[in-house]
Ligand binder design. Structure first.
Ligand code: NI
Length: 173
C-alpha cells in the first residue's frame, strides 16, 4: 500500500465531477486500500478519490473512535443516496483538502446509500449521525462540491483566501 498526496483547495480538480466505474478490479481495490491508508494517516474520517487527483466515484469512510472502538473501514464505488430524511442535523465539518478550517453544515440527518463494495457486491447502508454526515460530505466531493460550498459566499470567500495564503506558505502550487 502507499500513501497518496491530498490536493489542497482551491484546486480545479476538486471542482470537477468524477466518473462512475464499471466495477472493481485490482486497480480499484488497490486505490481503495491506498485511500484508506492515506485517510488513517492524515488522520481523517473520510476521503474521496478526487482529493487524491483521481476523478472516479470512489470514497472511503471510517467514523469510529479509535480509542474505544475497532476500526470499521467502508469503501464505496459509485455511492448514491437513494433516501434522505426530512430531519436535518447540523454538524461541524472539516476536510483534509481544507486544513484547519471547520464550519457548521446542515444536511439530512439520515440517509440510505447504495454502492458497490470492494468485492464488487451491490450493498445498501442506512446511516445516521456522523456516518450520514461523512458519507454526504464525501459524495459531494464526487460532484465537485466542497463543504464550504454549503456556506454563505462571504464565509466561503474568506476561507478560500485563507487557503490561498496556506498554499503559498506551504509552497503548494
Ligand atoms: Ni472533504
Amino acid at each position: 500500500m502507499s500513501l497518496l498526496d491530498i490536493l489542497i483547495a482551491p484546486d480545479a480538480r476538486l471542482k470537477q465531477k468524477a466518473k462512475p466505474l464499471s466495477g472493481v478490479d485490482g486497480r480499484v481495490a488497490r486505490l481503495m486500500d491506498d485511500m484508506l491508508e492515506t485517510m488513517y494517516k492524515a488522520p481523517g474520517i473520510g476521503l474521496a478519490a478526487p482529493q487524491v487527483g483521481i476523478l472516479e466515484r470512489v470514497i472511503v469512510v471510517d467514523v469510529t473512535d479509535h480509542k474505544t472502538e475497532k476500526p470499521n473501514p467502508i469503501a464505496m464505488v459509485n455511492p448514491e443516496i437513494i433516501r434522505a430524511s426530512d430531519d436535518l442535523s447540523v454538524t461541524q465539518e472539516g476536510c483534509l483538502s481544507i486544513p484547519d478550517i471547520y464550519a457548521d453544515v446542515t444536511r439530512p440527518a439520515e440517509v440510505t446509500v447504495r454502492y458497490v463494495d470492494r468485492d464488487g457486491e451491490v450493498r445498501t447502508l442506512d446511516a445516521g449521525g456522523l456516518l450520514a454526515t461523512c458519507i454526504q460530505h464525501e459524495i459531494d466531493h464526487l460532484n465537485g462540491v466542497l463543504f464550504i460550498d454549503h456556506l454563505s459566499s462571504l464565509k466561503r470567500n474568506m476561507i478560500l483566501r485563507k487557503m490561498q495564503k496556506y498554499k503559498r506558505e506551504h509552497g503548494i502550487a
